[in-house]
Design a protein around this ligand. Structure first.
Ligand code: GAL
Length: 469
């Protein structure tokens, strides 16, 4: 039996845009994702999140699903444009009321709310009128919005995440243009990331000064990172793996824990990497009460010779290739999810250990981890064995990391429900509950039933004896 600490947090996560629907109801303004998915060709089958899981109307039913599982925590995000339809100024009382109701419903069922303030759905007006995350003023708009949330919800909400995965906003939103706001550039990702960091810092500063002393909550950020295993024992491949992690996670976590961007980024990105001023650095260093980590997969990393005539094919997604020259590969024996992401639980353990060592053993929460599959409902049941094995083996790897000294305090499965998977629309199912998009009926998958038992026992018998963790 793998036993977890008695105060270990067993959670599940979602985000506003992916589940709420009610896109224009009760005064909500459009976000950049509404505009993006309503632009032909931007999402699979041109799908959008106008209805999504209709969680806005079904939140009570969804909280009941969580209560049935025995979840101790639920991570969700607030739709900024439901609170401030234009991203600044007037507050929409119906938006406040919705989240108040949701929070109260969670507390009624003894489920601790974890709120993400920004999960990619920037109010559209801030994009069209202000240039979104490229504008240095955005940090102040974000802090003002955050203050509204602290003020209205902070009496009951004690766990705040400022931003979800700024790497994705920077690289997929401003580099490759596949996510909103759909921009393609080799320099804007670094500018957007810079403003995202400053926005995080300002919101934390404000919370700490004006709200934390009385509300006594904790505030942090959730960054995403895959593990990078050196392909060989050669020093250059070990360096490539480290470099890849520094460009992925260090980009955001180094300023927050160490006070500046990684040296390797400064050396390689040069003038395209904005400089953190003395003031920015003071704002950022120490600006997270916990380390939020979203983790899904692992790839091998090896060094690429920038002068080679034929460049190796780019695989996986490491960010801007020419800034790093790291080749990413998968082991052909690895099992894959329907996202084509490799299932490598030991990578999760190694990443946790890497974070612990680099950032001086901070309290860590895995704020997302999960698996997409082509689930089919048959006789009212969903036999998602691979997902159950995925969650079980990743949790076993977490357990081993804790044994090895990592200060891991909780785990949130992505996701509570099948939902709108961004540019991939409804084609990928990550939920531990199946959603029938015709009827919007929810059904627990077998993985949810397994998770329920694990939560009840604060642990589980690890049955996959041949799986390396
Ligand atoms: C994360 C993201 C989630 C979800 C998940 C699965 O990057 O925060 O919103 O989409 O990936 O792709």
């Amino acid at each position: 039996m793998l036993q977890f600490p008695s105060d270990f947090l067993w959670g599940s996560a979602t985000s506003s845009h992916q589940i709420e629907g009610a896109a224009t109801e009760d005064g909500r303004g459009w976000s950049i994702w509404d505009a993006h998915s309503h632009t032909p060709g931007r999402t699979a089958n041109n799908e959008n999140a106008d209805v999504a899981c209709d969680h806005y109307h079904r939140y009570k039913e969804d909280v009941q699903l969580m209560a049935d599982l025995g979840l101790t925590a639920y991570r969700f995000s607030i739709s900024w444009s439901r609170i401030q339809p234009d991203g600044q100024g007037a507050v929409n009382p119906k938006g406040i009321a919705f989240y108040n109701n949701l929070i109260d419903e969670l507390l009624k069922h003894h489920i601790t709310p974890w709120i993400t303030l920004y999960h990619w759905d920037l109010p559209l007006a801030l994009q069209t009128e202000k240039d979104g995350w490229l504008n240095p003023e955005i940090a102040d708009y974000f802090a003002a919005y955050a203050a509204i949330c602290f003020k209205h919800f902070g009496d009951r909400v004690k766990h705040w995440i400022t931003l979800n995965e700024p790497w994705v906003v920077a690289i997929l939103g401003h580099g490759e243009g596949v996510f909103a706001p759909g921009r393609k550039s080799k320099s804007e990702p670094y500018q957007a990331a810079h403003q995202l960091l400053r926005a995080h810092g300002k919101a934390v500063q404000l919370y700490r000064k004006q709200y934390q002393p009385e509300q006594k909550g904790k505030i942090g950020i959730s960054n995403n990172c895959d593990w990078r295993e050196p392909l060989t024992d050669l020093q250059k491949d070990k360096d490539a793996a480290t470099r890849s992690l520094e460009f992925f996670l260090g980009w955001f976590a180094d300023p927050i824990y160490l006070g500046d961007y990684p040296q390797v980024m400064k050396d390689r990105v040069g003038d395209r990497l904005p400089k953190l001023t003395q003031e920015d650095r003071a704002l950022l260093k120490g600006s997270s009460d916990f380390f939020g980590l979203n983790h899904y997969t692992t790839l091998y990393a090896s060094d690429v010779n920038p002068n080679a005539e034929v460049q190796s094919e780019v695989y996986g997604n490491g960010g801007i290739f020419e800034d790093q020259y790291v080749q990413l590969t998968a082991d052909p024996n690895w099992k894959m999810t329907s996202m084509n992401w490799a299932i490598v639980p030991w990578g999760c353990r190694k990443l946790l250990e890497w974070i612990s060592e680099r950032y001086d053993n901070p309290p860590i929460y895995i704020t997302e981890n999960g698996c997409s599959l082509e689930d089919k409902i048959k006789d009212g049941a969903i036999q998602d064995t691979v997902r159950k094995e995925f969650i079980e083996s990743y949790l076993a790897a977490c357990h081993k990391a804790i044994e090895n000294g990592v200060n891991l305090q909780g785990y949130f499965v992505w996701s509570l429900l099948d939902n709108f998977e961004w540019a991939l629309g409804y084609s990928k199912r990550f939920g531990i509950h199946y959603v029938d998009y015709e009827t919007l009926e929810r059904t627990p998958k077998n993985s949810a039933l397994w998770y329920k038992e694990a939560i009840k026992n604060s642990g589980f018998e690890f049955t996959q004896t041949n799986t390396k963790i």
